[in-house]
Each structure stands twice: as structure tokens, then as C-alpha cells.
Design a protein around this ligand. Structure first.
Ligand SMILES: *[C@@H]1O[C@H](CO)[C@@H](O)[C@H](O)[C@H]1NC(C)=O
Ligand SMILES: *[C@@H]1O[C@H](CO)[C@@H](O)[C@H](O)[C@H]1NC(C)=O
Ligand SMILES: *[C@@H]1O[C@H](CO)[C@@H](O)[C@H](O)[C@H]1NC(C)=O
Ligand SMILES: *[C@@H]1O[C@H](CO)[C@@H](O)[C@H](O)[C@H]1NC(C)=O
Ligand SMILES: *[C@@H]1O[C@H](CO)[C@@H](O)[C@H](O)[C@H]1NC(C)=O
Ligand SMILES: *[C@@H]1O[C@H](CO)[C@@H](O)[C@H](O)[C@H]1NC(C)=O
Ligand SMILES: *[C@@H]1O[C@H](CO)[C@@H](O)[C@H](O)[C@H]1NC(C)=O
Ligand SMILES: [Cu+2]
Length: 580
């Protein structure tokens, strides 16, 4: 329960205007965007610093397109560092060159250079995000990617008054690159952020932050759609609105069976569209709190704070935003406690694909291949002559099937496409753990927790129906890992706590209406089974969307080979494709 006392005064100066885009149905068209990656001085919590932005905006510009559109985004790098941009959740059918992860599908765009990402948005609709995919740049380089449907929404009988992006992020007072460099140098846990943000604004619960508060005005009786995006770097988040329920209608740009809830859990890389109806009677402030706070399973230090924003009812007698006083009674009973795994589990179990005639659930009922992989934290012996600042003066790392992934110095997609002889990667990623053990039951610190370094990836032929079982471990600590797959959506057919059991669990899978997503929050100390049809030729990154875990090596990739049909092969690379 979060209480606010009288002394919190609110001065609204910074208002991020993101709303106001209304759907309209048009024929497919080509939409052009110019993204300049550049520094911009930004102040939050009374700290002014040069922040990495797109077009000087924080969060970055909203990319809004219609289902079926062709998209061209010219990214011009105006900084001295390398960069890339990823269109998170966009399928990139046959256009893997435009996916974005550095050294997986492309070499970076160097300072002064440009690269135009060209792709089509095919059979997808809803809310996604875009973000930088180079180092920790996505800490501030992110924005909403909205795909308006060609058909009316399947869920709402009542008109939607407005659609409002609600983007969560994290703010560091210091230099984020330095935080990343420090942790990579010493193998330590990274410094946590100084604030969580809603649309780039921390809200009044942080020092020197009253004026940086997001306020959404609503009209009583009207229904709104919140397009909620978790772009935070390292934190899963709970979100709730005081005295209002949320009706979930879509996740990761896939319609769901609508259901009502008091709060949601959204992991980095995930999106959730909810409907809210302004059906409450506000007090004299006219305000209701919206809040996001971390869902924590880590033992690492984290910032246990809460970012808040407001719903402001119109025509309630308090129209002046200069200095409304928050009443003593303003409370947020809906927000779960930070360690409420029971809530997170209950919430994720409610998610179901819509599975209607118009929007069928094409979950593979039979599979050609099952891959079982651990997703694990690790503790690496300290190399000679190095200073290590992880637990026990060792280095923290992370792995899949005991491989801590090392990115090659040239993009895997380019090497693969050009058939370059390379020892930079190999295609023998183990399809099950080499040494079976009690994954979630081992004493976290008694074991040899070293991983091995490597760049082994998977290869499958076009059209393969594959199941991947993501098995958490108790090395160091059980943690919830949001695993993101590029180039494909997948179906979460099963999940649970403890160890996956091939003799027991597949019989209980949901093969009727499992949720379809691009990022799955694998239960802390448990497993999740995902199924996908590998129908997109290219090279696709699979990784934890907690950036600290990806930096430590919790990733791999898979190659989908060309099929034999005429539209089953990867298109050639664009002319301005960045080379190393
Ligand atoms: C991380 O936090 C520690 C302790 O507060 C501080 O000494 C250090 O300078 C920070 N590092 C970076 C890169 O901000
Ligand atoms: C965490 O949040 C609090 C606000 O509750 C803030 O004062 C503090 O500086 C934040 N940062 C860290 C690293 O704890
Ligand atoms: C909102 O809900 C809280 C309980 O969580 C209640 O005490 C309060 O009176 C409600 N406020 C309004 C304006 O309905
Ligand atoms: C957050 O952590 C600080 C320092 O450990 C503690 O004093 C405070 O009570 C915590 N707040 C919450 C909401 O847990
Ligand atoms: C440590 O580094 C020094 C200087 O680079 C080198 O002479 C020495 O052999 C190294 N020691 C080990 C154990 O690698
Ligand atoms: C992982 O690899 C390391 C390094 O080769 C090895 O020491 C360790 O035993 C392996 N662990 C498991 C669980 O396979
Ligand atoms: C940018 O990337 C290229 C290609 O990998 C690399 O050679 C170069 O050193 C990088 N530049 C910077 C400033 O990191
Ligand atoms: Cu993780």
C-alpha cells in the first residue's frame, strides 16, 4: 500500500505528448522516418547530463504505422560511438538485415554513417517497441512502435476515446556506459538505476522530481486504451491504477481473450494493451495514481522505488495543474508487493490467445524437434591478473546450456549469407544440457558454477516446428528471466516451477489457446515451454531481456535455412548495409 502525504506538491512542467494518434484505415503505404541518434542534455532528479536520444526526444519518437505498411527508417548516427536499432517483435519476414542486434544480424552503424532499415509489417497489429541494440544504449534510446489494425478492434463494443502509450524506463543520474563498462571489467553486479520512469518521467516520489510527472487527462465515463510498454533495462515491473481495473486485450501485438485485473506484470521487452474506463468519482484533486514498481526475484541490489503518474479527471473543479495538492487519502491498494511471485504467476496464467476465426491460434500441435536449455546465472573463476568484484571475488556471468555467449566480431547473418569460412561461430549448440542435474534444487553456492565461453548456435531447416524448453536454475539464485526470440512469435504451451519433466509436463500443455508472444517471463526457479514454426529464413537472436544478463552471456541464436518455395528465402542485403 502506497500512501502520499500532504507535503507532496505537484508542479507539472514537463508533459510528454504522445497521445492523439487515432486509428484510421488506409491502404498499405510506405512510411518514412528519419532517426538521428544524438546526444541531448536532459535533466531529471536535478541531474543534467547528455543523454543518448533519437531526434533529441526522450522517450524517442513513436513509430505509428498500419498493418501491411512498408516501413523505411533512415538511422543516422551522429555520435562517436557505434549504434544499431531493433524493431522489437516485428517479424522481419525475409528481411533479417533490418532486425538490428549488433554482430548477430548486422555490424554497427558507425559514427557519421547512416543505414536505412527497410521492412514490411505483415499480419501483425498492436503495440510493440523499438530500441537500440548495442551495449546498454537502449537505456534511453527507445520508443513505441504502434501498428494500427486494418480491421476494427475485436474487443470493444464501446468507443475508445484515446489511445495512450505508457512506456516504462529507467533513469541513471550518471553515465550508463560507465555502469556497463564497470560491470564488464570487474564482473560485478551493475549499479541500479536511480529512478523508474513513466514516459520518461520519474514522478514525485523521487528527490527533486515533482515537476517531472506524467499526467493523462480523462473524461468521466469514457474508455481509454493504454498501450503499456516495458522498456526498462533490467527490471520487470508491476503496474496498477488506483481504484480502476484494467482489461487486458492484447500482449506483444497479439489479441488476447479479454480479462479484468487489478494490476499487470510486464517484463522488459513485453507490451500489454489494456482498456480502462474512467468510471470513478474522484475527490477534490481529480486525481488517481498510476504506478509501476519492480517485480523482484534477484538477490542483486535493486532500486526498490515506485514511479507514479496520474489520471486526471476533467471538469472536477481542479483544472489548474500549477500546484494541485495531493490529498492525504490518495492511496494505491492495487499494486502488488515487489516480491509477489504468486501475483505474477496468477497473472501470466490468465493470458490466453483470442483464438477466433479471424485471429486463429496457430500453435504447432506436433513438433519436429525439442530443445531443452538451461537459462542460468553463473560465477566464473577470476582469470589470473584480473580484479573481480562479483560474489567471492569471482565474476558474474550467465549462460544457456552452460554456454556464456560471445558475440563474434562480424555479424553472423553476413557470414552465413556469404558462406564465409569462419571460425567465429559454430552450429553445434547443445540441444539438451550436457550434464543433467537438479537444475532448480542444487545448493546455489556449493556447485562449480563456471560456464564455458562460446558462439555455438542452432540450425533448423525452413518450416521446422520446434519446441524450446527454457529451464531456470538455482545457480547463484533463482530468478525470473524474460527470454526474447527475434524474428518469430512463439506460443507458451506450458510453464511451472521446479524442473521440467518430459514424461509428465507435455501431456498437460495448452495446445488450444496458449498465449502468443515474443518475450516470455520464465518463472523464477521454474521452466517455460515455447513452440514456434521456424518460417522466417535468417539468423535470430535468443536472449534474456534483462540487459545485465545478456551482457553476461545469457543468449544464443538460431539459423533458419532457406526453404525451397519462391518466397521462402532471405532477400539479398540492402546496398547501404553496414559492414565491419
Ligand atoms: C557505482 O556505484 C558506486 C557506489 O555508489 C560508485 O562508487 C560508482 O562510482 C558507481 N559507478 C558508476 C559507473 O556509476
Ligand atoms: C533509488 O530510489 C530512491 C528513491 O526512493 C533514490 O533516492 C535513490 O537514489 C535510488 N537509487 C539507488 C541507486 O538506490
Ligand atoms: C480508492 O480506493 C481506496 C481503497 O483502495 C479507498 O480508500 C478510496 O476511498 C478510493 N478513492 C475513491 C476516490 O474512490
Ligand atoms: C527500500 O530500501 C530502503 C533501504 O534499504 C528501505 O529503507 C526502505 O524501507 C525500502 N522501501 C520499500 C518500499 O521497501
Ligand atoms: C600477469 O601479468 C604480467 C605482466 O603482464 C605477466 O608477466 C605475468 O606472467 C602474468 N601472470 C599470470 C599469472 O598470468
Ligand atoms: C560448464 O562448463 C564449465 C567449463 O567447462 C565446467 O567447469 C562446468 O562443470 C560445466 N557445468 C555444467 C553444469 O555443465
Ligand atoms: C564500431 O564497430 C566497428 C565494427 O565492429 C569496430 O571496428 C569499431 O572499433 C567500433 N567503433 C567504436 C567506436 O566502438
Ligand atoms: Cu535473465
Amino acid at each position: 500500500m502506497l500512501g502520499l502525504c500532504n507535503s507532496h506538491r505537484l508542479f507539472v512542467v514537463t508533459l510528454v505528448v504522445l497521445a492523439g494518434i487515432q486509428p484510421s484505415y488506409s491502404s498499405p503505404t510506405t512510411r518514412y522516418f528519419q532517426f538521428n541518434v544524438e546526444w541531448k542534455k536532459v535533466t531529471r532528479l536535478c541531474h543534467t547530463k547528455p543523454l543518448l536520444t533519437v531526434n533529441g526526444e526522450y522517450p524517442g519518437p513513436t513509430v505509428a504505422v498500419h498493418e501491411g505498411d512498408n516501413v523505411e527508417v533512415k538511422v543516422t548516427n551522429r555520435i562517436a560511438k557505434n549504434t544499431t536499432i531493433h524493431w522489437h517483435g516485428i517479424r522481419q519476414l525475409r528481411s533479417g538485415w533490418a532486425d538490428g542486434p549488433a554482430y548477430i544480424t548486422q555490424c554497427p552503424i558507425r559514427g557519421g554513417q547512416s543505414y536505412t532499415y527497410v521492412f514490411s509489417v505483415i499480419d501483425q497489429r498492436g503495440t510493440l517497441l523499438w530500441h537500440a541494440h548495442y551495449g546498454w544504449q537502449r537505456a534511453s534510446v527507445y520508443g513505441a512502435f504502434i501498428i494500427y489494425p486494418r480491421m476494427p478492434y475485436p474487443f470493444s463494443a464501446v468507443p475508445i476515446k484515446a489511445e495512450v502509450p505508457i512506456i516504462f524506463g529507467e533513469w541513471w543520474n550518471g553515465d550508463v556506459d560507465a555502469v556497463e563498462n564497470e560491470m564488464m571489467l570487474y564482473g560485478s553486479g551493475p549499479n541500479s538505476s536511480d529512478a523508474y520512469t513513466i514516459n520518461g518521467l520519474p514522478g514525485p516520489l523521487y528527490p527533486c522530481s515533482n515537476k517531472d510527472t506524467f499526467i493523462q487527462t480523462v473524461e468521466r465515463g469514457k474508455t481509454y486504451m493504454l498501450r503499456i510498454i516495458n522498456a526498462a533495462l533490467n527490471d520487470e515491473l508491476f503496474f496498477a491504477i488506483a481504484n480502476h481495473t484494467l482489461t487486458v486485450v492484447e500482449v506483444d501485438a497479439i489479441y488476447t481473450k479479454p480479462f479484468t485485473t487489478t494490476a499487470i506484470m510486464v517484463a522488459p521487452g513485453q507490451t500489454t494493451d489494456v482498456l480502462i474506463t474512467a468510471n470513478q468519482i474522484p475527490d477534490s484533486s481529480g486525481m488517481f495514481l498510476m504506478a509501476a514498481t519492480p517485480y523482484v526475484t534477484a538477490i542483486f541490489p535493486f532500486n526498490n522505488s515506485t514511479t507514479i503518474a496520474f489520471l486526471k479527471y476533467k471538469n472536477t473543479g481542479n483544472e489548474k495543474f500549477e500546484a494541485p495538492t495531493l490529498p492525504r487519502s490518495l492511496t494505491l491498494g492495487n499494486l502488488p508487493e515487489m516480491r509477489d511471485t504468486a501475483f505474477a504467476t496468477k497473472f501470466s496464467k490468465k493470458l490466453r490467445s483470442l483464438a477466433s476465426l479471424e485471429y486463429p491460434c496457430n500453435v504447432p500441435k506436433k513438433i519436429d524437434k525439442r530443445v531443452i536449455t538451461t537459462i542460468s546465472l553463473n560465477l566464473q573463476d577470476c582469470p589470473a591478473n584480473k580484479t573481480c568484484k562479483g560474489y567471492g571475488d569471482k565474476r558474474f556471468s550467465a549462460s544457456m546450456n552452460n554456454q556464456s555467449f560471445v558475440r563474434p566480431s562480424k555479424s553472423i547473418l553476413e557470414s552465413y549469407y556469404k558462406n564465409l569460412a569462419t571460425d567465429a561461430y559454430s552450429t553445434d549448440f547443445p540441444e539438451k544440457p550436457r550434464n543433467a542435474f537438479d537444475y532448480t534444487g542444487v545448493d546455489p553456492l556449493a556447485e562449480n558454477m563456471n560456464a564455458e565461453f562460446g558462439t555455438r548456435i542452432l540450425v533448423v531447416s525452413y518450416g521446422t516446428s520446434i519446441e524450446i524448453v527454457l529451464q531456470g536454475t538455482s545457480f547463484l539464485n533463482v530468478e525470473n528471466h524474460p527470454i526474447h526470440v527475434h524474428g518469430h512469435n512463439f506460443f507458451i504451451v506450458g510453464s511451472g516451477f521446479g524442473n521440467f519433466n518430459v514424461a509428465k509436463h507435455p501431456a498437460k500443455y495448452n495446445l488450444v489457446d496458449p498465449p502468443e508472444r515474443n518475450t516470455v517471463a520464465v518463472p523464477a526457479g521454474g521452466w517455460a515451454a515455447i513452440r514456434l514454426k521456424a518460417d522466417n529464413p535468417g539468423v535470430w537472436f535468443i536472449h534474456c531481456h534483462l540487459e545485465e544478463h545478456t551482457s553476461w552471456g545469457l543468449s544464443t541464436a538460431f539459423i533458419v535455412k532457406n526453404g525451397h518455395g519462391h518466397s521462402q528465402s532471405l532477400l539479398p542485403p540492402p546496398e547501404d548495409f553496414p559492414l565491419c
